[in-house]
Design a protein around this ligand. Structure first.
Ligand code: GLY
Ligand code: MN
Ligand code: MN
Length: 442
């Protein structure tokens, strides 16, 4: 749980970054239409949530800063008995004022009127200048008298780079739910089942353990389907002797997890699959070992590229001179993506990768990133020995940077060839923290 004190501290930190005589405005998410008059499930805007912990739509956070003094004002939906009958209870101004440590709470309907008053004498307006939200356009029109406009999102994103202990606990919880889901499908997958059956099982495990949602659309890709990086059709049968790449992560109290495992349909890796799998695994383990403060993410990618290229040369997937292969980026055909990304309230957390001087931001204590090398060999790639064609492998874990090194937060999710084969045949020792925990009573 994130305390109200922590949310308040975040608002105070943000306020310190704003110039005197300024105003900052951050909007909640809006409902998104799925079809006609039905909506996608509501998900609060991550930046708004980061600063408030407030889950309702149609709400706005306003920071009014005069000389070094900031007032925080939350605008929320008015109580409305008739509407609440359909869409559920609202906090309303009174309750929100009691629960959220802001200076004032007003009804959202009054925002425009209040802004007229707040805008007087202000020199800078901070809001999400990159947003396509109509409300932002409207407020920019209303604030046309304020000389300078700045993007408030940059400041919030910077703050989101380093996670607090409370945030790390929520990420850990999301990962533990994801662990149980991956282990559950590792035990039950078999030929003839469909990819979407595994997906349904993953979603069941997420929801029954209290994860409201997936952190992103899951990928359950058998055989060559894994070579489509964003394969989300998930509608093909599982074929004997093929591998299934499963990239699925739960979201718990708005915090993401992002885990990929690649497992054999029949529980046993073929010799060729094992060679390719161990190349990806050894690479991943080496990269994770490198993680500590002051290391650059680009260095991790560089070493991953070198290890994968060397390995592919050994297996005859790439041919030629090692240095030339690296220089010409020949690995890109088989390893086309990056080594990983920040993770937090968003699966691809939009924290910055470079600082204001255009220098890369090095890893530091409290940052969380994924490490996810992969190799993808198309079934029709005649340049590769036949035994490796139609195999796509990615292994992805979520890593916390610590003071002296790192903590692999998803280390409990089975990963070696032996562990995966053992869990498939129910041979894995339950004491290895791998036992599936019981679903949470709701
Ligand atoms: N699941 C999204 C990613 O791995 O980046
Ligand atoms: Mn990822
Ligand atoms: Mn992923």
């Amino acid at each position: 749980m994130i305390s109200q004190k922590e949310y308040k501290n975040r608002r105070d930190t943000l306020a310190k970054k704003l110039s005197n005589n300024s105003i900052g405005i951050i909007y909640s998410s809006t409902y998104k239409i799925r079809s006609n008059d039905t909506e996608y499930p509501y998900r609060q805007d991550s930046n708004f949530y980061y600063l408030t912990g407030f889950k309702e739509d149609n709400s706005v956070l306003v920071l009014v800063k005069t000389k070094n003094l900031t007032k925080t004002i939350l605008f929320v939906q008015k109580k409305d008995e008739q509407l609440e009958l359909w869409t559920g209870k609202r906090q309303g101004e009174k309750q929100a004022k009691k629960r959220f440590s802001v200076d004032k709470v007003f009804a959202s309907n009054d925002l425009k009127k209040r802004l007229i008053e707040y805008f007087v004498g202000k020199k800078t307006l901070y809001c999400d200048l990159s947003s396509k939200d109509k409300r932002v356009k409207k407020v920019l029109d209303q604030a046309s008298g304020i000389k300078t406009q700045k993007n408030i999102i940059h400041y919030i994103r910077e703050m989101r780079l380093v996670k607090s202990p409370a945030e790390i606990n929520l990420i850990k919880k999301a990962i533990s739910i994801t662990r149980d889901a991956h282990h559950s499908v590792m035990r039950s997958k078999k030929k003839g089942k469909k990819e979407y059956e595994l997906l349904a099982q993953i979603e069941y495990e997420f929801k029954s353990r209290g994860a409201y949602s997936d952190a992103y659309i899951s990928i359950v890709a058998c055989g060559n389907n894994a070579n489509t990086l964003h394969y989300i059709k998930n509608n093909k049968p599982l074929i004997d002797k093929e591998l299934i790449l499963i990239d699925a992560g739960s979201e718990y109290k708005h915090y993401a997890s992002d885990i990929t495992r690649t497992i054999p349909v029949n529980g046993k890796f073929t010799k060729a699959q094992k060679k390719l799998y161990n190349l990806v695994l050894d690479t991943q383990l080496e990269i994770i070992k490198m993680i500590k403060p002051h290391v650059n993410r680009s260095e991790l990618q560089k070493i991953a590229v070198e290890l994968l290229t060397k390995g592919m040369l050994k297996l005859g997937i790439l041919k030629g001179d090692y240095k030339k292969l690296i220089k010409k980026q020949k690995y890109k055909k088989y390893y086309p993506h990056g080594i990983g990304h920040w993770m937090g309230l968003d699966v691809h957390d939009p924290a910055p990768y470079i600082n204001y001087d255009n220098n890369e931001i090095a890893l530091d204590k409290g940052m969380v990133l994924t490490i996810e090398p992969g190799l993808y060999i198309d079934k029709d790639d005649k340049s590769v020995p036949k035994k490796y064609r139609g195999i796509g492998i990615r292994i992805e874990d979520d890593i916390l940077v610590t003071k002296k090194g790192h903590d692999n937060l998803s280390k409990d999710i089975v990963k070696t060839v032996k562990e995966i084969e053992d869990i498939s045949f129910n041979l894995l020792c339950k004491s290895k923290a791998l036992a599936v925990t019981a679903p949470q009573a709701k």
